[in-house]
Design a protein around this ligand. Structure first.
Ligand SMILES: [Fe+2]
Length: 286
């Protein structure tokens, strides 16, 4: 079977069919929503529960979850390397996370080449999502040394190469670095997790599916960072220093507040800011 649309209801309609056809594995090819959809179908199909039961925590993915081969065509969600999938219940509406070690894809085929065709808006939104995963996992109370190293490298790579990819969509090294940042941050999502912007995103995107995940996270970022940096001054200052090297000249107590300008400082031309006028369907959900 092959299904091309990636709207959240696909999980509702496809999982029963995968169940009745006794599917043996699922291939997810596309952006974060496609990969999450594949993981959700893989969890729902072999069981006796409906997709809604997983979204509303009445059922959990089991050991019988079907193997998933994840092939991302965008660089941002890291779904190919994490243990969760976002599912939207179109009936309520409600967007929630299903998390389980059984949701790790069996294989991830991370080839930057398909991301070359991603448009400017999609590249900016998914790139910001990868950056957000890195920043949030670095300043999180659950941060840990190995993930810190991955996060700092991802922040550096997105800051350096996202503007390059936006200016030249076929810049191979830039696309490679963005894919690497996305995939490694999938590890951080599983081992550390995210912070408030990724919590606020869910109700907003459930109510307004025309807003992409990257757009909604970018919308909340300046305010969240401005209020949260006081809880972890040194780490926010380190992030700011990478994103805006000019702040190295500032005392640390002045440097940290600049984090609130992340989406609007040196990367402002990347159109990170949410654009509510856009009516495109969300392309990613994590
Ligand atoms: Fe995200």
């Amino acid at each position: 079977m092959m299904f091309t649309p990636t709207q959240p209801p696909l999980t509702w309609t496809t999982a029963p069919r995968a169940r009745s056809d006794r599917a043996q594995f699922v291939i997810g090819l596309g952006g974060g929503s496609a990969l999450d959809c594949a993981k959700a179908i893989a969890a729902v199909a072999p069981g006796n529960h409906a997709a809604a039961d997983y979204v509303h925590q009445r059922a959990q993915p089991g050991a019988n979850t079907l193997p998933v081969i994840a092939i991302p065509t965008t660089a941002g969600t890291g779904s190919e390397m994490n243990r969760s999938c976002m599912i939207t219940d179109p009936g309520r509406p409600y967007k929630g996370a299903v998390r389980s070690d059984h949701l790790f894809p069996r294989y991830a085929v991370v080839d930057p080449l398909p991301t070359h065709s991603a448009g400017r808006e999609l590249t900016a939104q998914t790139g910001f999502d990868a950056l957000a995963h890195a920043v949030e996992s670095y300043v999180s109370p659950r941060a840990q040394p190995i993930c810190d190293a991955l996060a700092l490298q991802a922040i550096q790579d997105v800051a350096e190469f996202l503007p390059v990819a936006l200016a030249n969509p076929h810049h191979a090294r830039a696309r490679e670095k963005l894919s690497l940042a996305s995939t490694t941050m999938g590890i951080n999502l599983s081992l550390v997790g995210t912070c408030l912007p990724h919590r606020l995103d869910k109700p907003l995107c459930a109510l307004h599916p025309e807003i992409s995940h990257g757009q909604s996270v970018a919308l909340f970022y300046p305010c969240w960072a401005m209020w949260s940096h006081r809880g972890n001054v040194e780490r926010f200052a380190r992030v700011t220093e990478i994103l805006d090297p000019a702040t190295r000249q500032l005392p640390i107590e002045q440097r940290d507040v600049n984090i609130g300008r992340i989406p609007s400082s040196r990367l402002s031309d990347s159109r990170f800011q949410a654009r509510f006028s856009d009516k495109q369907q969300s392309d990613e959900y994590y």
